[in-house]
Write a protein that binds this ligand. Structure first.
Ligand code: NAD
Length: 321
């Protein structure tokens, strides 16, 4: 079985591939453009069941060639940082929308499936209370979330219109090793390890649900292997924290105090709270996060402490230090 995995030089896709190479029997082809967010240091290059192809998911000829040799697809590739989408949305629309459509067209031509489209809880928009089930109408706020909602709906349309075996996951915030150090957990940890301040948006009351990246990957693989065509599965972690609470935990883990926090102007259109109801994945697929948040976060902080050689060049390259 040949599995085409897009975007697997990034945070979540690389965790998924490392997990499958350790456990599974699939041959894996990774297609990744190696944008600022992708790095080959995330992948076990040279593994006999892994082929890496550098390329763009918008490149129809390349995508067609790779799809002709694939049996299934897991699609992670995306522009993924909300702040960057506020500064400029073009790359988000191009990669997240056009890139996904390019992959879907090729999958349709070669009848490749399941095609797992990795979406996000941000497509639902903000809610002060309760948890969203999968049939809640999408009301994305940021250009990132809107581009993900577009690709999510286009993916589902290929199932409804063409009968392609498309499955969609909508997951909450991931934490863990190998996350590009512009996102809150690795940015704060690496700043603190360097004795620097951390920038907290607004009053820090925005709430997110946190999930260990390996649990997200477990959920994605359950959807690939046990999910139903045309279905959406929410994947959550069950640990809701305000950004202020998360900051307090990261400060404590790094032995730093609140004097290291710099309050910065809030993100434009900052959604207050996301929360998904993931009972469908639990009852239908047996999905259950395995990582306890407290130990998962401690292990994550330790990983960044022990892997300066991984994040220092990335931060330097992105002008983050
Ligand atoms: P990431 O930014 O770490 O990695 C994205 C990868 O995609 C990079 O390796 C990059 O090089 C590649 N890529 C970007 N544009 C490309 C293109 N045009 N062609 C080929 N490759 C391209 O992102 P991540 O955090 O690993 O997120 C992976 C997926 O999961 C995304 O679709 C994201 O929307 C979704 N998601 C992320 C989270 C989270 O908390 N990080 C939560 C829910 C869903």
């Amino acid at each position: 079985m040949n599995l085409l995995v897009t975007g697997a030089a990034g945070f979540i896709g690389s965790s998924y591939v490392r997990g499958l190479l350790a456990d599974g029997a699939a041959d894996i082809t990774v297609l990744d453009k190696l944008t600022y967010a992708g790095t080959l240091t995330n992948l076990p290059l040279g593994h006999p069941r892994l082929e890496f192809v550098q390329g763009d998911i918008c490149d129809a000829a390349l995508v067609d060639k790779l799809m002709s040799g694939a049996d299934q697809v897991v699609h992670f590739a995306a522009e993924s940082h909300v702040d960057r989408s506020i500064q400029g949305a073009a790359a988000f629309v191009r990669t997240n929308v056009l890139g996904t459509q390019t992959l879907l067209d090729a999958a349709l031509r070669h009848r490749v499936g399941p095609f797992v489209h990795v979406s996000t809880d941000e497509v639902y928009g903000s809610t002060e209370t309760g948890a969203w089930p999968e049939d809640r109408p999408l009301r994305p706020t940021s250009p990132y979330a809107a581009s993900k909602a577009s690709s999510d709906l286009i993916a589902l349309s290929y199932h409804r219109t063409h009968g392609l075996d498309v499955r969609v996951t909508r997951c909450s915030n991931n934490y863990g090793p190998h996350q590009f150090p512009e996102k809150i957990v690795p940015l704060f940890v690496t700043n603190l390890l360097d004795g620097r301040k951390v920038p907290l948006y607004g009053d820090g009351r925005n709430v997110r649900d946190w999930l260990h990246v390996e649990d997200h990957c477990l959920g994605v693989d359950l959807v690939r292997t046990k999910g139903r065509p045309g279905e959406v599965y929410n994947l959550g972690g069950g640990t809701e924290l305000s950004n202020r609470e998360l900051t307090g935990l990261l400060l404590a883990a790094c032995g730093a105090g609140w004097d290291r926090v710099e309050y910065v102007e809030d993100r434009k259109g900052h959604d207050l709270r996301y929360c998904v109801d993931w009972s469908k994945a639990r009852t239908e697929l047996g999905y259950r996060p395995r990582h306890d948040f407290t130990s998962g976060l401690a292990e994550t902080v330790a990983w960044y402490r022990d892997h300066r050689e991984w994040w220092e060049p990335l931060k330097r390259g992105a002008g983050l230090r």
